[in-house]
Design a protein around this ligand. Structure first.
Ligand SMILES: Cc1cc2nc3c(=O)[nH]c(=O)nc-3n(C[C@H](O)[C@H](O)[C@H](O)COP(=O)(O)O)c2cc1C
Length: 224
């Protein structure tokens, strides 16, 4: 065998090893959850305040997170593709978004233990006893499909812009305000970007802990 051929073989072997190492490195980072976009922040909105709140939360998280509208996602693909989730919904006539509940119920097995945080956006004042009770009842409905409760949950103020409401919603709210609040329906805005960013920071801490734990489990598994 000529020395020329040996050095060609040596070169090919080295190239193959480098490729394998590169490939191995990539798969490791996929397994350990370092890959970009492995957290989904899913929101359910009708008039936009929940989308805005989700955006402020994402800014607080300050690492790559995929922001997804419940109206646009495929249920199984999304539940399978992400390692962790933060999920939020607005509240309308006493309930969270139906499509969100559909997603959580149909994907309960796949989502088990992966929903780190949940939030709702509503008009109820959480500073009073009756308000707290009402907000808890929204969370009860939201969390009913979960096998494990999210580690972090909070509520945020939303908004109403009367001119933007559908005729049906405006009529329902006018009646509600007249009958129960003894007042006229007017626009209001209780959104709170700072509170949402703080929630995002807390969620980021949980997400780092979660991806470190996953790394340890995977490394422990491959060593044994
Ligand atoms: C038709 C309608 C019904 C609502 N019902 C409730 C309710 O039952 N409880 C509550 O706390 N807030 C209620 N709100 C206030 C909303 O939660 C608030 O407007 C929130 O911003 C909605 O989220 P979105 O802007 O992302 O659609 C209602 C708002 C609308 C428009």
């Amino acid at each position: 065998m000529s020395s020329d051929l040996i050095s060609r073989r040596g070169f090919l072997l080295k190239a193959a090893l480098s490729l394998a190492a590169l490939n191995f490195g990539c798969s490791i980072s996929k397994l350990t959850g370092d890959r970009a976009g492995n957290t989904a922040l899913i929101y359910a909105t009708k008039y936009g305040a929940t989308r805005d709140t989700a955006n402020w939360i994402r800014n607080g998280i300050n690492r790559e997170v995929d922001l997804l509208n419940i109206e646009d996602i495929s249920y199984t693909g999304t539940a399978k593709d992400y390692d962790s989730f933060i999920i939020g919904s607005g509240v309308w006539i006493g309930g969270v978004h139906n499509r969100l509940l559909d997603f959580l119920t149909s994907q309960a097995d796949m989502l088990d233990g992966k929903v780190m945080a949940s939030f709702i956006v509503c008009g109820t004042d959480g500073g009073t006893e009756s308000g707290k009770k009402r907000i808890n009842s929204y969370f009860d409905q939201f969390h009913a499909p979960f096998k494990k409760m999210p580690l972090l949950s909070d509520y945020f103020g939303g908004r109403i812009i009367v001119e933007k409401l559908t005729d049906e919603d405006r009529e329902a709210l006018i009646k509600f305000y007249r009958t129960f609040l003894k007042s006229k329906l007017t626009s209001w805005d209780k959104t709170d970007p700072d509170k949402a960013a703080r929630f995002g920071k807390d969620a980021a801490r949980l997400l780092s802990k979660f991806s470190n734990e996953r790394t340890h489990v995977i490394q422990g598994g491959s060593a044994g």
